[in-house]
Design a protein around this ligand. Structure first.
Ligand SMILES: Cc1cc2nc3c(=O)[nH]c(=O)nc-3n(C[C@H](O)[C@H](O)[C@H](O)COP(=O)(O)OP(=O)(O)OC[C@H]3O[C@@H](n4cnc5c(N)ncnc54)[C@H](O)[C@@H]3O)c2cc1C
Length: 568
């Protein structure tokens, strides 16, 4: 009846679709990725990979391979920030618009890095295939239908026009801003819509390196000639990417940008009227801000630009989408492997919609500041990049916390609070140095100390009789790991007699400050709840999480109000 069957069909082989295949493959789930293009991206879009994104690639066994794609050390470029100049030749007088903090050795075992999509997509596609995935180019999704047991998709081979019917248990729409999947589902989006139009010009200009006089930066906007032309430096050196803004409301179209005009734009922005410039490619795009109303419709999920699109200011697009893919992968794998409760997949929308909406707001704040029309009120809404990339917090039934939390909160605090990314602490195991972050991937992990508490025994007994994968890791002398230079319990906000339950995606699910009566029962209740039990037990947060939140809340971005989630 069907031409092919696969557990998960992924539409789109951009960074998000390919990452979905890699993460699912890492959990042993077979995938098929269909992509209408002939190959991975030829153009170096999305050059900034955040520390958290690098943590996800590290967890998937790709950390070194992706890091090897970096051209030199891109860190000084990130430290250079976002600049504004009249012309690039006047770089010595640059105004610093943003100087984001992006990582730090106390926060993450990884660092940000610069590398274009054209380079890392190749590695992701190879890894997806190695882990049992099939990446099929020249293949366009045409239709989808779903019932209680699965999704039936029709795809077309663009070269022959032939169609194939594919049956999948689940489908991920990672098919970009103009998502066919979202359109077929009839999911609407809300937000400000198109906020500007730009044209990416990829070009060779050997002289530009000399003009920039080794000044490192992420992006530099030139205002000469009456238009904002952003020059990206994270791709390395030549070939360059410059993106002037154009105005359809004044009748301008991408076709107006002939090669000759693009050469003039680059020369004007550079302040060198005779500079040799060779145009390689031109790609028009819209800076839009739109968030899909629902990220889940039955067995179909939206991820990446298909779910939330925002102006590139901040470089959140591909990164946030890759984080969507990671959040969804373990939940789909858990469901396919039969140990997730029916509520777990709903937490994908609950957690990632709030983050996507917050990213879209923060990208808009940066966009306004960079384009020079941000009021003091808008400027005050800006949350530092490190909080956006590593500090966002989840509120869902897969986290046991005392009520909803703001998605973004300043200052950054990764101190073991449920719903936050587990703190990074260096550990030693069998002579090897590893981060706590390296402990989390294919199971829930209960971290506890080596003092004589009942946690180890309780978790070991429970692990032997529950279908939910659970490991216990004792940190301390005689435990599975020893701390190197920091007290893990203090870092996780518990006493040495406490315990912290961390999800497979390295987010804290629950913590107990010290011993509890009936630890096995407490753990079982919590585990069934955070794995999506149909009827989650009400766990008294005062009992299971006796630590009060010690942090004042000077800057908060509330979770987006979502009528669909409220209705569920
Ligand atoms: C100039 C610029 C700079 C940027 N810089 C950054 C940055 O530094 N950091 C960052 O994180 N983000 C950045 N972004 C944003 C980033 O490029 C996007 O957010 C990212 O590409 C989204 O990934 P995706 O996989 O969701 O979608 P896409 O990359 O758009 O991939 C979707 C894929 O789906 C395919 N597809 C669509 N419809 C179908 C169909 N019906 N059948 C089969 N295949 C289909 C498309 O061909 C495409 O390959 C930048 C964007 C721009 C324009």
């Amino acid at each position: 009846m069907y031409d092919e069957e696969v557990p998960v069909l992924i539409v789109g082989a951009g960074p998000v679709g390919l990452s979905s295949a890699v993460f699912l493959g890492g959990h042993g789930v077979r995938t098929l990725v269909v992509e209408k293009r002939s190959d991975t991206s030829m153009l170096p879009r999305a050059p900034g990979l955040q520390a958290r994104t690098m943590e996800l690639f590290r967890a998937a066994g790709l950390g070194r391979e992706i890091r090897a794609l970096e051209i030199g050390d891109s860190h000084p470029f990130f430290e250079g920030g976002i600049l504004r100049v009249n012309t690039f030749a006047e770089i010595a007088d640059a105004e610093v618009l943003e100087a984001p903090s992006l990582d730090g050795p106390a926060i993450s075992p990884e660092r940000v890095m610069g590398c274009g999509q054209d380079r890392y997509e190749v590695v992701l596609a190879e890894k997806a295939k190695e882990s049992g995935g099939d990446v099929r180019f020249f293949t366009r999704l045409r239709s989808i239908e779903q019932d209680d047991d699965g999704v039936t998709a029709t795809v077309e081979d663009i070269r022959t026009g032939g169609t194939t019917t594919i049956r999948a248990k689940y489908l991920i729409g990672a098919d970009g801003a103009g998502s066919t999947v979202r359109g077929l589902l009839g999911v609407s989006r809300s937000g400000r819509g198109t906020v500007f139009n730009a044209l990416s010009i990829y070009f060779h200009a050997p002289e530009l390196e000399e003009i920039l006089a080794d000044r490192p930066f992420i992006l530099c906007y030139a205002t000469a000639g009456g238009t904002m032309t952003g020059l990206s430096r994270l791709h390395g050196r030549d070939p360059w990417l410059a993106a002037p803004v154009y105005h359809p409301e004044r009748g301008e179209t991408p076709e107006d940008f002939t090669d000759e005009r693009c050469v003039e734009i680059v020369r004007t922005a550079s302040g060198r009227p005779d500079m040799h410039v060779e145009i390689m490619a031109k790609v028009p795009w819209e800076g839009s801000q739109l968030v899909a109303e629902r990220f889940r419709t039955g067995r179909v999920f939206l991820a990446g630009d298909a779910a939330h699109v925002h102006p590139p200011a901040g470089g959140f697009g591909a990164n946030t989408g890759i984080h969507d893919a990671h959040n969804l992968a373990w939940k789909l794998a858990a469901t396919l492997n039969g140990w997730a409760g029916p509520g777990l997949l709903d937490t994908y929308h609950d957690e990632r919609h709030a983050v996507g909406a917050a990213m879209a707001e923060q990208a808009m704040v940066r966009n306004r500041i960079r384009h020079g029309h941000a009021s003091a009120e808008v400027r005050a809404q800006m949350v530092d990049d490190i909080i956006i990339t590593l500090g966002y917090r989840y509120t869902s039934r897969s986290v046991v916390a005392d009520g909803p939390k703001p998605v973004l909160k300043a200052p950054l605090e990764l101190a073991g609070e449920p719903g936050t990314r587990a703190p990074h602490v260096w550990l030693a195991r069998d002579g090897e140095r590893l981060s706590t972050i390296d402990l989390f991937w294919d199971s829930f992990v209960l971290l506890t100390g080596t003092e004589d508490t009942a946690w180890h025994e309780a978790a070991s007994r429970l692990a032997g009789r529950t279908a939910v994968p659970l490991r216990v890791v004792r940190i301390g002398a005689g435990g599975e790991c020893e701390p190197v230079d920091a007290d893990w319990a203090a870092a996780y906000g518990v006493s040495p007699r406490g315990a912290v339950l961390v999800r497979p995606d390295a987010f804290v699910a629950w913590r107990a400050g010290a011993d509890l009566p009936e630890p096995e029962k407490a753990l079982e209740d919590v585990l069934s709840r955070v794995a999506g039990a149909a009827d989650p037990l009400v766990v008294d947060p005062v009992v299971v999480d006796p630590l009060s939140d010690p942090v004042s809340d000077p800057v908060s971005v509330e979770p987006a109000v979502d009528s669909a989630a409220a209705a569920r």
